[in-house]
Design a protein around this ligand. Structure first.
Ligand code: SF4
Length: 267
């Protein structure tokens, strides 16, 4: 199954979930031709057993999906378009924002970037030199490292995920954002997450983890773990810039991305 088709199916499932109160699962990476349909209230495990035993749904998922997509494609596209417009509205507010001192030295403010229906959102700290110049997140060296892991380990394209930061204007000399700057800027992140409604949010580094988890531990204590929140799950790993400065942790970074891939396959 191509990644594009997989994303289309996943998006379609999200639409069913949101609008029709019917939940769909792709049972496993190897068994993507098995479609399981259930109501939200029923236990996932029971349903899996029932459908396996009765073998009710064992024909090609593609025919089912194409048929259903033809029927409901239009409202689904409207939802995606609506999310895109809401994210554009946030981006415009960020571009014009002067709520903290960081706006004074920025070349460009940097809104989030990517799919409005992404299953996974990556959250960094703040724009660096390249991002400030281009107005886009993670386009410098650390962005290249992040994109290589997203592509090689998760099998996803940049356009299939959403990438953002807790602070949207570059701090002078790339210093760590100050508390008041994070407090003023992080509501934009929470708005983005509310609109996208992802299944997984990956905190890249301690400042992002602190905002998303409201916890103060060191990155070495938080990383490598999943944290269930009411709306989504948070996973914590190193910021790619830290990995570039400390190549000895590259293997750990790779292992973290394998855990993310496993999580995405399991939901
Ligand atoms: S860092 Fe955030 S709060 Fe501060 S000016 Fe930029 S967009 Fe506004």
């Amino acid at each position: 199954m191509s990644q594009k088709l997989f994303e289309d199916i996943q998006n379609l499932f999200e639409f069913f979930d949101q609008c029709l109160n019917v939940k769909f699962f792709i049972e496993s990476e190897k068994k993507k031709n098995e479609l399981i349909i259930t109501n939200k209230e029923q236990k996932q495990e029971d349903i899996r057993k029932d459908y396996k035993q009765e073998n009710k749904v064992n024909k090609s998922i593609y025919d089912e999906i194409v048929e259903m997509h033809m029927k409901i494609g239009e409202p689904y596209m409207e939802i995606k378009e609506e999310k895109r417009k809401l994210l554009e509205d946030i981006a415009m507010r960020i571009i014009n924002c002067k709520m903290c001192e960081l706006h004074k030295e920025r070349k460009k403010a940097v809104p989030g970037d990517g799919s409005p229906t992404a299953r996974v959102v990556f959250v960094g700290e703040a724009p660096g030199y390249e991002e400030d110049k281009k107005g886009k997140p993670f386009v410098g060296k650390s962005g290249n490292l992040l994109m290589s892991k997203i592509k090689d380990i998760l099998g996803l394209d940049r356009s299939e995920v959403f990438i953002t930061n807790i602070v949207r204007c570059r701090p002078p000399q790339n210093r760590t954002p100050e508390k008041n700057e994070i407090e003023k800027c992080s509501p934009y992140l929470l708005e983005e997450l509310n609109i996208i409604d992802p299944q997984l949010v990956v905190a890249l580094g301690a400042p992002a983890a602190k905002v998303l988890l409201m916890r103060d531990e060191k990155i070495t204590e938080l990383r490598g773990n999943f944290y269930k929140r009411s709306d989504y799950t948070v996973f914590v790993t190193f910021h790619p810039a830290y990995v570039l400065r400390n190549p000895g942790v590259m293997d750990i970074f790779n292992e973290d991305f394998k855990k993310i891939a496993e999580f995405l396959r399991s939901i």
